[in-house]
Design a protein around this ligand. Structure first.
Ligand code: BMA
Length: 374
């Protein structure tokens, strides 16, 4: 086997042999396995515990948005992913978006059918892969997109005039999440990442479009409703701000330690913000916050869009950034088409370097994470 399994890594860690022992920060108290949900399913609680030990042992699950649904020049093929076409294995983690589920239609905001998304999630789980789901939620005031920044949060939280509408939306979210079940009735664990990048002002739930108190109320209500009213016990809650400049900014909208399982960060490599320099500095800050809150860190969205100029981006930039922090996973955004892609694909400029990237011990693809639910 190319890389040690998760179980083996856990053993190494328990044996006290972690090579990522932190010298700069005090060792935090052990955290409960599933912080947000004492009734989390066994597979969900184990996933979180294993993500934590995997990160602490210096390994990172590689993730790619929509990887098995479409890629450059294809869509809907069975058993295909641009990542697999290059390295022979699926990403360890795949991301999906359920934006527009609230409207009750068949397809998400990108036109992907929910039935197809469910099928790909179940296939991935059957092979041992991990699922993360985001939600580019419709603006509940205008019916516009997530990018319609008309203030709306105050109107859907408890006490707001559109609160009942929002509960109905959550019922649809819960329906989809509950449908992620194997033939044996096992609920697929989901790293759920709603209302992301809220420290920026690009979405209606972002800074400037609602107050921190309103955001916290929205987060808590959403979690409690799905968990306590709808009984979704297959969720791990991932908090994922945009690029921030300080600990205070990262935690400005913090819903509380009991409401978050994983600390995320969405940060893309671009001319205005370099992952190689600004990114490595930011990882240092995230490493500190992760110790402080005693929660695993994940690089929840990143990538360089339409990379044609940096053939060594995977090992030269991304790997260096995640080497500076124990990251449970890293997810690059989707390969929609040749004008909007973030992952590798056969023939792309960084194809060879991507092979080197996934061949390192640090980066895990699907076959490397056997046992992550055990
Ligand atoms: C964004 C872009 C959009 C897409 C959205 C949700 O980053 O890829 O085209 O609608 O994600 O997938």
């Amino acid at each position: 086997m190319k890389k040690p399994s998760v179980i083996f890594l856990s053993f190494i860690l328990l044996a006290g042999c972690s090579d990522i022992a932190d010298r700069d920060f005090p060792t935090p108290e052990p955290a409960p396995a599933a912080v947000t949900d004492p009734q989390a399913t066994v597979q969900t609680a184990r996933l979180l515990a294993n993500l934590r030990t995997t990160a602490e042992s210096g390994r990172t699950l590689f993730g790619h948005q929509c990887s098995s649904l479409y890629g450059i020049g294809w869509s809907g093929d069975s058993d295909r992913s641009d990542v697999k076409s290059i390295c022979g294995d699926y990403p360890a983690l795949m991301g999906w978006d359920i934006g527009a589920i609230e409207s009750g239609g068949d397809s998400n905001l990108d036109g992907d059918r929910f039935d197809d998304i469910r099928m790909r999630i179940l296939e991935s789980y059957a092979r041992g892969g991990v699922t993360t789901i985001g939600w580019h939620t419709t603006n509940p005031v205008t019916g516009g997109t997530a990018w319609d920044t008309t203030p709306a949060v105050a109107r859907i939280i408890p006490g707001g005039d559109l609160h009942d509408l929002y509960r109905g939306w959550l019922d649809r979210v819960a329906g989809f999440l509950a449908s992620l079940r194997t033939a044996d009735g096992v609920a697929v664990p989901v790293l759920f990442r709603p209302f992301h990048e809220h420290t920026g002002n690009g979405f209606w739930w972002g800074k400037g479009n609602c107050t921190a108190a309103e955001y916290v109320s929205l987060w808590r209500f959403t979690l409690e409703y799905l968990r306590d009213v709808r009984g979704c016990h297959n969720l791990l809650w991932v908090y994922s701000p945009d690029i921030v400049g300080s600990q205070d900014a990262y935690l400005e909208f913090w819903p509380g330690d009991e409401y978050v399982d994983i600390l995320g960060l969405d940060a893309y490599d671009r001319t205005s913000w370099s992952l190689a320099t600004d990114g490595v500095r930011l990882m240092r800050l995230l490493r500190h916050i992760s110790h402080l809150r005693n929660k695993p860190f994940a690089f929840t969205e990143t990538g360089i869009e339409n990379n044609t100029a940096q053939p060594a981006w995977w090992t030269g930039t991304l790997l260096k950034a995640i080497e500076s922090i124990p990251a449970a996973y890293v997810l690059v955004w989707r390969n929609k088409d040749s004008n909007h892609f973030f992952g590798p694909y056969p023939g792309c400029v960084s194809e060879e370097d991507f092979r080197k990237f996934v061949a390192t011990d640090r980066i895990l693809t699907e076959k490397d994470i056997a046992g992550i639910y055990e």
